[in-house]
Design a protein around this ligand. Structure first.
Ligand code: RIB
Length: 311
């Protein structure tokens, strides 16, 4: 089983010709509400991308509001056969939302209101310990309280699980060293990687800087670091090798959840026993597919879309 601990958001998506300037009013295009949240997206990607004879059970731990968005967000998880028994509906709290602008080049800008996600407590993780015991891989991000993520990582590590952390959004103060030391796969994008090692995000970019960031993160104890670089591919600093994986060239129309799709594909393939190199390549193919579709969960492929001969 794969257990994903994290955020569940309703994405309020508006297409715009370009990003507005401060103080400017722009007329946008199509408006859509689409299930999202990094945690839920990664759970959906794990569920859709495990396939063949190796279909994995996926469970989610998180919080939603007892509101209309919460109902829709739970239905979206169930539609992908995700175990939602540890997704709590909290009365009197709004479900998390993300306000997303997508420009004509497919680039997005996102502002989040955490709502119920901010209520995910260490006690809720303890209450799900029987579920965690059944997991082979536990996947986390940082859209829920840091203290809870830290607690969950400590518990998953103590149970001997493979811990995957997507440090998004990256905290400006970096991450506590004891937390990084219990992570098997850290998967930041290049801006998050730069922030975690204390480099200004604007200095991210050059391959030497990316390799240096990965080295520093490994020196802090993460066993493997995969830095996602969008159209430039992935820099993988694995326990036994460093390698660049070029991205498949595609015309992106919306990059929302591309990183989540990569992580879901990578984790699903790893859980199915594929090698790290195969799992990275599979995750990349899934992410390339996702950027040619609009939205978060609406853009995540199924296993059969990528491996039609091996359902
Ligand atoms: O990674 C994309 C996700 O980030 C969106 O679905 C949005 O909800 C934010 O959490």
């Amino acid at each position: 089983m794969i257990v994903v601990i994290g955020s569940i958001n309703m994405d309020l998506v508006l297409r715009v010709p370009r990003m507005p300037l401060p103080g400017e009013t722009l007329t946008g295009g199509l408006f859509q509400t689409i299930p999202g949240g990094k945690g839920a997206n990664q759970a959906v990607a794990c569920a859709r991308l495990s396939g063949g004879g190796d279909r994995m059970r996926v469970a989610m731990i998180g919080c939603i509001g007892a509101d209309a968005f919460g109902v829709a967000l739970r239905e979206a998880l169930r539609a992908d056969d995700i175990d939602d028994s540890h997704v709590a509906s909290l009365p009197g709290v709004a479900s998390g939302i993300a306000s997303i602008l997508v420009d004509a080049n497919g680039q997005n800008s996102i502002v989040i209101a955490g709502g119920a996600n901010d209520m995910l407590s260490p006690a809720r993780i303890n209450a799900a310990s029987a579920l965690l015991e059944q997991a082979s891989i536990v996947v986390l991000q940082l859209e829920t309280p840091l203290a809870t993520v830290r607690h969950a990582i400590r518990l998953a590590h103590a149970l001997g699980k493979i811990v995957v952390l997507n440090p998004a959004p990256a905290p400006t103060a970096g991450l506590p060293p004891d937390m990084l030391a219990q992570v098997d796969y850290l998967i930041p994008n290049e801006i998050e990687a730069a922030m975690l090692v204390g480099t200004a995000p604007t200095d991210a970019g050059g391959s030497a800087a990316i390799e240096a960031a990965a080295r520093k993160l490994r020196a802090q104890g993460c066993r493997n670091v995969l830095i996602t670089l969008g159209a430039k591919g992935i820099h993988a600093a694995l326990a036994n090798t460093n390698r660049h994986f070029a991205a498949q060239p595609v015309t992106a129309i919306d990059t929302t959840a591309a990183g989540d799709t990569f992580i879901g594909g990578f984790v699903a393939a790893l859980a199915a026993g594929r090698s790290e190199v195969d799992a990275i390549a599979f995750g990349q193919r899934a992410a390339a597919w996702s950027v040619t579709r609009v939205g978060a969960q609406t853009s995540i492929p199924h296993f059969r879309d990528l491996e039609p001969d091996d359902r």
